[in-house]
Write a protein that binds this ligand. Structure first.
Ligand SMILES: *Cc1c(COP(=O)(O)O)cnc(C)c1O
Length: 424
C-alpha cells in the first residue's frame, strides 16, 4: 500500500477522481509556463470556459436584434433570468419559485430586511456572530438605526467561545434563549468567512422561530460549497453572492431565497416593476401587484450580461451531478490538505477551521506561527511562485481547494512549497 500522504498517493487520488474532467471546463490562470495552484475560490472562483460564449451570445443578439432581443428565441432577455431559476434552486435545495438571481448580496440583504426585519420597541434586536463580514454588519447596523433603534443595545453579537475563534452550537442556543423575547431577526452565516466554520442551519432556524424571531442566512461562503437544503431548513430568507464558489465572475449578479410560506406575503417591501405580476407588468398600471415568490422582490429588469456567466457556471454544477457529488470530493480534498499540514508543516501552519467535516466546507483557515511578519513572508512567497490563497489580518492564510477545479496534486504541491520555504 502506498503512503497515504505521499506524492504517489496524490497522483492516484487524482486518477481515481470521477470529477476530474470538470477542471477542463475552467480557465486556469498561468504562472510563467505552468498553471497556477489556485485556492482562492472563497474570494473569486475561476472562469468557466462557457462564460465567454454565453456573454458573446448576448452581445451578438444585441448587435443583430437590438430591442427585438427581448422577445426572440429561447435566450430572449424578457425571460432570461428564468433560465437560471431551476439550476440555481438545485444548488441551494429550494423550490424554483423560492429563488431569484438579482442585484448584489448586500443589496439583497437590505431588501430582505425591509420585509423581514420589522422591529418593535418590545422586539427590536438583530442577532449576528461577532466578527461578521463588514458588509453584513454595516447592513444590520444601518437597518437598526433606520428604524430608530440603537445598535448599542439592539445589535447582539455572539462571541466565539472556542479556542480558535469558532462558536459552539451551545453558545448560539444560549444567546437565542437569553435574548429571545427581544429578537426580531437572527442573521447567521452558512460558513463564517474568517474561520471557515459551517453551522447547523436547520437548528438555528428552528431556535430562532421558537423564540418568535425571523431567521435569515448569509450563504456567501456556503453556496456552491456545501449541499444546502434551504426549503427544508426553513429560514425565512437567505442571500448569497455568485462570484465565490459559484464561479460567475467578479461582481456577478447575486442570489436570494424567500421561503414558500412568504410567497404571497403582505409584508412591506421595496417594490419595482420587475417584481410586479408578470401577466400585467406591461400594462404599465400605477398599482403594484407583487408576483408570487422570490421574483416579487425584483426591482429592475436584470443585467443580462451579468447573468450570462452565471448560466455557464450553473451548467457545470449540473454536469458535476450536483453539490452533493462535489461535496464528496471536497471532503476528501480538504481532508487531504489537513492531514498533510498536520503531518509535515504543523510547526508553521495551525488549522483554525474545525476538524470535523460537518463543521466546515472546503476552506481551511491557517494561522502562521511566529506572527504577522512571518505570515506575510510566507504568503508573499507562495504568491510569487503562483500558489494563490488569500490573507486575513493579522496572521491567517485562507486556502480553499474547490472540488470543481482543484486537484489532489494542487494540495500536495502547496504543502511541499510551505515545507521548502520553512526549510526542511
Ligand atoms: C463576500 C461577502 C460579502 C460581499 O458582499 P457584496 O455585496 O457581494 O459585495 C458580504 N457578506 C459576506 C458574508 C461575504 O462573504
Amino acid at each position: 500500500m502506498t503512503d497515504p500522504l505521499s506524492r504517489t498517493h496524490a497522483i492516484a487520488l487524482d486518477a481515481a477522481d470521477p470529477l476530474r474532467p470538470l477542471r477542463n471546463d475552467f480557465l486556469i490562470p498561468k504562472h510563467k509556463h505552468n498553471e497556477q495552484v489556485y485556492f482562492c475560490g472563497n474570494s473569486l472562483g475561476l472562469q468557466p470556459r462557457g462564460a465567454r460564449e454565453h456573454v458573446l451570445q448576448v452581445l451578438d443578439k444585441w448587435s443583430h436584434e437590438a430591442v427585438e432581443g427581448h422577445f426572440t428565441g429561447h435566450a430572449q432577455w424578457l425571460t432570461y433570468h428564468e433560465q437560471v431559476r431551476e439550476p440555481l434552486a438545485r444548488v441551494v435545495g429550494a423550490l424554483p419559485s423560492e429563488v431569484v438571481a438579482m442585484n448584489s448580496l448586500t443589496t439583497n440583504l437590505h431588501l430582505m430586511m425591509v420585509s423581514f426585519y420589522r422591529p418593535t420597541p418590545a422586539r427590536p434586536a438583530i442577532l449576528i456572530e461577532a466578527g461578521a463580514f463588514p458588509s453584513d454588519r454595516h447592513a444590520v447596523e444601518s437597518q437598526i438605526r433606520f428604524h430608530g433603534f440603537d445598535p448599542d443595545t439592539d445589535l447582539i453579537e455572539i462571541l466565539s467561545d472556542e479556542v480558535d475563534g469558532t462558536i459552539s452550537m451551545a453558545a448560539i442556543e444560549r444567546a437565542i434563549a437569553e435574548h429571545g423575547p427581544r429578537l426580531a431577526l437572527v442573521l447567521w452565516p452558512g460558513i463564517q468567512y474568517r474561520t471557515g466554520q459551517a453551522f447547523d442551519l436547520k437548528e438555528i432556524a428552528r431556535l430562532a422561530h421558537a423564540q418568535g424571531a425571523v431567521a435569515g442566512f448569509d450563504l456567501a461562503h456556503a453556496a456552491g460549497n456545501l449541499p444546502l437544503r434551504l426549503h427544508d431548513d426553513n429560514p425565512d430568507f437567505a442571500v448569497w453572492c455568485h462570484y465565490k464558489y459559484m464561479n460567475a465572475g467578479p461582481g456577478a449578479v447575486a442570489g436570494c431565497f424567500v421561503h414558500e410560506r412568504h410567497a404571497h406575503t403582505d409584508r412591506p417591501r421595496f417594490a419595482g416593476w420587475w417584481g410586479h405580476e408578470k401577466k400585467t407588468r406591461f400594462q404599465m398600471g400605477p398599482e403594484f401587484v407583487p408576483t408570487p415568490g422570490a421574483d416579487g422582490w425584483q426591482l429592475s429588469n436584470p443585467p443580462i450580461l451579468g447573468l450570462a456567466p452565471l448560466l455557464a457556471s450553473l451548467e457545470l454544477f449540473d454536469k458535476a451531478d450536483g453539490v452533493a457529488a462535489l461535496r464528496t470530493k471536497s471532503e476528501k480534498l480538504t481532508g487531504f490538505l489537513e492531514a498533510l499540514i498536520r503531518a509535515r508543516v504543523a510547526d508553521t501552519l495551525q488549522v483554525i477551521t474545525p476538524a470535523e467535516p460537518a463543521r466546515r466546507g472546503c476552506q481551511l483557515s491557517l494561522r502562521v506561527t511566529g506572527g504577522r511578519e512571518r505570515g506575510r513572508e510566507l504568503f508573499e512567497y507562495l504568491t510569487s511562485i503562483g500558489t494563490i490563497g488569500d490573507w486575513r489580518e493579522p496572521d491567517v492564510i485562507r486556502i480553499s481547494p474547490a472540488p470543481l477545479y482543484n486537484k489532489f496534486m494542487d494540495v500536495y504541491r502547496f504543502v511541499e512549497e510551505v515545507e521548502s520555504w520553512r526549510g526542511v
